[in-house]
Structure formats: structure tokens, C-alpha cells
Design a protein. Structure first.
Length: 109
């Protein structure tokens, strides 16, 4: 499996990779990309039984971004987090009742 993406943005990472190993992958990505210039590709490395290549698409200047430039991203991340928490809580509290009269008459095609 070849992995080429902007490692500073986990939204571009394949979901199965960062779901369980987000922190470790971020550290590996940072270590690999810290030596790369824009457009360069890392050496092949192994992680979790798979092999990867990182291509640094663009390097941003270090430092802080002003609030206006990131507030929508921060708001989106906050709302996504709250949405996931709410749905998880609803799923945890859900009481499922099966109407066997209807269920038994359903035909799966």
C-alpha cells in the first residue's frame, strides 16, 4: 500500500490508518517530513505491517495562524466532535424493540 498525502492534515489520511494509530502515525509523519522539502518523497518505511511513502506537497511556515484564518476549521472540528459524542451517547442509550409481526413478513431481495 502506498500512502502519499499532506501529513499535516489527517483528513487526507486513510481512515483505517489513523483511527487506531493517529498519534504514532503523526509522529512518524512529522519525523519523515521534517527532513523533506516541498515536492520531495520519503524513503519507504514500515508501520503496522504495511509499507508507506510520504510525499510532502507543501511546507507551511511555522508559527501561529491568526484566529480569523482558522476559526471555521476549529468550529467544524468542535461540531464534528460534539456530533460524534451525541450519536455515540444515543447509540449507548438506545432501546431496540423488534416488531416481530412486521419483521417476519419482510422479504429480503
Amino acid at each position: 500500500m502506498i500512502w502519499a498525502c499532506d501529513t499535516t492534515n489527517p483528513k487526507h489520511w486513510p481512515e483505517q490508518m489513523w483511527a487506531d494509530d493517529y498519534k504514532r502515525m503523526r509522529e512518524i509523519g512529522f519525523n519523515c517530513t521534517s527532513r523533506l522539502e516541498s515536492g520531495q518523497t520519503s524513503d519507504i518505511f514500515e508501520f503496522g505491517g504495511a509499507y508507506y511513502i510520504i510525499k510532502l506537497l507543501e511546507r507551511e511556515d511555522r508559527g501561529f495562524k491568526d484566529f480569523e484564518s482558522v476559526k471555521n476549521d476549529v468550529r467544524e472540528q468542535y461540531l464534528d466532535s460534539k456530533y460524534e459524542d451525541t450519536v455515540s451517547e444515543w447509540a449507548r442509550q438506545a432501546e431496540v424493540t423488534i416488531n416481530h409481526n412486521v419483521y417476519d413478513r419482510l422479504k429480503v431481495r
